[in-house]
Design a protein around this ligand. Structure first.
Ligand code: HEC
Ligand SMILES: [Cu+2]
Length: 361
């Protein structure tokens, strides 16, 4: 029963209890470095504790007893206990830096995903306007992540791949991985049942953690933010799906910009609001962020920077998304990026439906 906890002592590290599942080419190296350091620590810890206890008993004196030894210095002893551990530390350093440098140098020809971290979610950009909160890759093919943050410091961490790197505002940080284990696809029946449960019992919210697979039916690896970044840091997590083949990956890409079956416009709009960056500038609870809040916005009439008045209707919201500079809201800066070519018509329509739904009824 203690087997899984003691397993590092005999090197069986892939049981998923002591270490997370091993699913990338880095895992072997990282785990064996960890085990080596653990073994060295055990090898020092045990004799030190035994000696400590033994001396405490052996040299125990009653209260008021006088120290009897005046040994101050022993060259041989002091040099050997400095030099020997220094060698051990150098070995640990060299092993550690191998793994570290490996992770910093993506091989040429790696697939690329642009990762944006923001409070409190991830947005993965696959190019050609395909953006998703999920990270998708192909098994046995290197993927390079070019990562940036639009607010504070975050950290991308995939335990199963043994990769972790900070995502810092104002610069690009790069990390890469090559997955060795592909996600599995659950049966259609299982997926249908989960979709039905999400619809009936959770207001359409499909939480992969609840079912163990994504809305498309793939099992997944966890991706966490590992840098405390504010209120909802603990929820800043997403899934990594590893496709068996390039074709399967491309089929997913093609479907990624389409509203999932069974989702309403409103729900899809909410998802886009969260995954396409609107959230970092627009609140839905009335708080003023970089941009105006969406709460109760629809249908109001307000002033523009130009002095004119505008009524917030479908056309105005649409224009605000595609050409934000056309009408600037009074009291705000023209910093909103244009989403022209980045959102499909269906997506804009869903965002409009979502903003409409925030008029508290
Ligand atoms: C970098 C910050 C930023 C992001 C990201 C952003 N916006 Fe904006 N948005 C603004 C600012 C600032 C304004 C007000 C100035 C203006 O009108 O351009 C604004 C204005 C708007 C307005 C008009 C609001 C009003 O009170 O009339 C709408 C609608 C809107 N944004 C929708 C969106 C949607 C939808 C998204 C995501 C797809 C989004 N914005 C992403 C900053 C942002
Ligand atoms: Cu974070």
């Amino acid at each position: 029963m203690f087997g899984p906890f003691l397993s590092p002592l005999w090197g069986d590290v892939n049981d998923g209890l002591w270490f997370p599942q091993d699913a990338s080419t880095f895992a072997g190296e990282v785990d064996s470095t960890f085990n080596m350091i653990l073994w060295i620590c055990i090898a020092f810890f045990i004799p030190i504790v035994i000696a400590l206890a033994w001396f405490a008993i052996k040299y125990h004196q009653p209260k008021g007893g006088k120290a009897t030894s005046r040994v101050r210095h022993n060259n041989v002893l002091e040099i050997s206990w400095s030099v020997f551990p220094a060698f051990v530390l150098v070995i640990m350093f060299v092993r550690g830096s191998w793994g570290y440098l490996d992770q910093r140098e993506p091989p040429t020809g790696a697939a690329e995903v642009n990762v944006q971290a923001f409070k409190w979610d991830w947005s993965m950009d696959y190019g050609n306007g395909i953006v998703s909160p999920e990270l998708h890759a192909v098994v046995n093919q290197p993927t390079r992540l070019v990562m940036r943050s639009t607010d504070v410091i975050h950290s991308l961490y995939v335990p199963a791949f043994r990769i972790k790197r900070d995502v810092v505002p104002g610069r690009y940080n790069v990390i890469w991985f090559e997955a060795t284990v592909a996600s599995e696809k659950v049966s259609q029946a299982e997926l249908d049942e989960a979709l039905k449960d999400a619809e009936e019992n959770h207001g359409g919210d499909f939480d992969p953690e609840r079912y163990g697979f994504t809305r498309q039916g793939y099992t997944y690896f966890d991706l966490y933010c590992a840098e405390y970044c504010g209120r909802d840091h603990s929820q800043m997590q997403t899934v990594v799906v590893v496709h068996e083949t390039q074709e399967d990956f491309e089929a997913w890409l093609a479907a990624a910009n389409v509203k999932p079956e069974g989702m309403t416009d409103e729900e899809y709009g909410r998802q886009l609001y969260q995954t396409r960056g609107c959230q970092s500038c627009h609140s839905i609870d009335g708080t003023r962020l970089v941009g105006p809040s969406f709460a109760g916005l629809f249908g109001t009439t307000h002033a523009l920077e130009s002095g004119e008045q505008v009524t917030v209707d479908e056309n105005y919201v649409r224009e605000s998304i595609l050409d934000p500079r056309a009408k600037i809201v009074a009291g705000y800066q023209a910093v909103m990026p244009s989403y022209k070519g980045q959102l499909t018509d269906e997506q804009i329509n869903s965002l409009v439906a979502f903003i409409k739904s925030l008029n508290g009824d």
